[in-house]
Design a binder for this molecule. Structure first.
Ligand code: MLT
Length: 411
């Protein structure tokens, strides 16, 4: 009989967001009259920017004519989009990233998981705790860990606790690790990394031959001008970092799907026999073998994000969600809840009131206020006792959520 990948059996329960959806569905089936407000998964609610829609319509029309029709595109992305990304996201910030170091994809979730294909099985891996669960689960699936302990921590991973005590900024590990996942602005805590913090990580990675897997999916939400948007703003990062970016949250592409990963040609690892090996050709090979590219229509839409109108419209979208974040922060603080994040990131990270565990608070919020959030413990053991609210929703629903939250705290 064929054999399955045993590593999947080490995974704890379901993936976090489907598990939340399961509980919410059970609740709404039992209480069909309840008007549930969802501030759980960070899924956008506002329509795509007008400039994006216009570009996509035009691209659809091109697909309707024989002379303008497109079939398979370049797997790495069309030049028009790769050039726009290189110019506006990197060169305009003074960092050198070439267009052919950019790989357009259908999501950072996929890329942060798929990237493991190009690394050996013996790397030591470190990640923030709490953390975007995809980094952990894909390492488990790839067989890079032992089983989980009672708190949900997997043997073999190095966890970097992020708590209120360290300002959600983990200390650099004392011993060398090979792969380090960093997410800034952080999902779930909403913390950001200063230039000094990132410089510390880059220096550590260069000194130890480590690679930083830098997830910057939320960079567009940075409001503080002193905070770097890209790890490549730090000298030396081209030698030791891959960066993941997405159009999901800044331009509303969660359903449309478009993202990109930057793999600089300067990043060099070693083979099992000790030879030096650049990773750019490996990722290029992997991407072209297992992926056929993002659709032309979607890439034209993504390109329009960089037009003058697209920039203005995405700025407005971001400001809209950040106003939601401010309302949540203020509304919760007003009833004595300790809140973090929500200033440079669209997530509010709060301390659960009283002694409630994260899941106990989830159930209380759902049952008594018909509000959905994300239990902090779902992001890792150090998230226990915390809870995440997403600012992605309509203004009306956010205002109603604040009223319900305050009423709940008064009871
Ligand atoms: C989240 O809620 O953490 C994100 O929406 C998940 C994702 O981007 O995959």
């Amino acid at each position: 009989m064929f054999q399955v990948n045993d590593n999947f059996l080490k995974l704890k329960a379901g993936y976090l967001f489907p598990e939340i959806a399961r509980r919410v569905t059970a609740f709404t089936q039992a209480h069909p009259e309840a008007n549930v407000i969802r501030l759980g998964i960070g899924d956008v609610t506002e329509p795509l920017p007008a400039a994006v829609i216009e570009a996509m319509h035009k691209a659809v029309d091109e697909m309707a004519g024989r002379s303008t029709f497109r079939g398979y595109g370049p797997e790495q992305g069309y030049d028009f989009l790769r050039n726009a990304i290189a110019q506006y996201d990197f060169q305009a910030r003074g960092c050198y990233v070439a267009a052919d170091e950019i790989f357009v994809s259908d999501g950072s979730k996929c890329d942060t998981g798929n990237i493991l294909d190009i690394f050996g099985a013996k790397n030591s891996v470190a990640m923030q705790d709490p953390v975007y669960p995809v980094y952990v689960d894909t390492n488990v699936m790839a067989g890079h860990t032992g089983p989980a302990d009672e708190s949900g921590r997997y043997q073999g991973l190095t966890y970097l606790p992020c708590t209120a005590e360290n300002g959600f900024t983990p200390a650099i590990p004392e011993r060398p690790v090979d792969l380090i996942y960093l997410c800034y602005p952080n999902n779930p805590t909403g913390a950001v990394a200063s230039r000094e913090t990132l410089t510390g990580w880059v220096n550590y990675a260069r000194a130890n031959g480590s690679l930083i897997l830098f997830d910057a999916a939320y960079e567009a939400f940075i409001t503080d001008p002193a905070i770097p948007h890209s790890i490549y703003e730090i000298p030396g990062a081209r030698e030791c970092a891959i960066e993941f970016r997405s159009f999901s949250k800044n331009a509303g592409f969660t359903g449309t799907r478009c993202a990109f990963t930057v793999v600089p040609k300067d990043v060099v690892g070693r083979t099992s026999s000790g030879d030096r090996q650049a990773i750019h050709p490996l990722w290029n090979r992997r991407h072209c073998t297992k992926f056929n590219g993002v659709s032309y229509i979607v890439q034209r839409g993504a390109e329009a994000v960089y037009s003058e109108a697209g920039q203005q419209q995405t700025r407005e979208l971001i400001q809209f969600y950040m106003k939601n974040a401010e309302l949540l922060r203020q509304g919760l603080s007003a009833v004595g809840i300790e809140v973090f994040g929500g200033v440079n990131a669209p997530y509010i990270w709060l301390k659960t009131p009283g002694e409630a565990t994260s899941w106990e608070f989830f159930d209380r919020l759902l049952n008594q206020a018909h509000l959905v959030g994300t239990p902090g413990s779902g992001f890792g053991a150090s998230g226990e006792g915390y809870f995440r609210l997403s600012a992605f929703n309509s203004r009306e629903k956010v205002e109603e959520a604040v009223v319900r939250f305050q009423a709940l705290m008064g009871t």
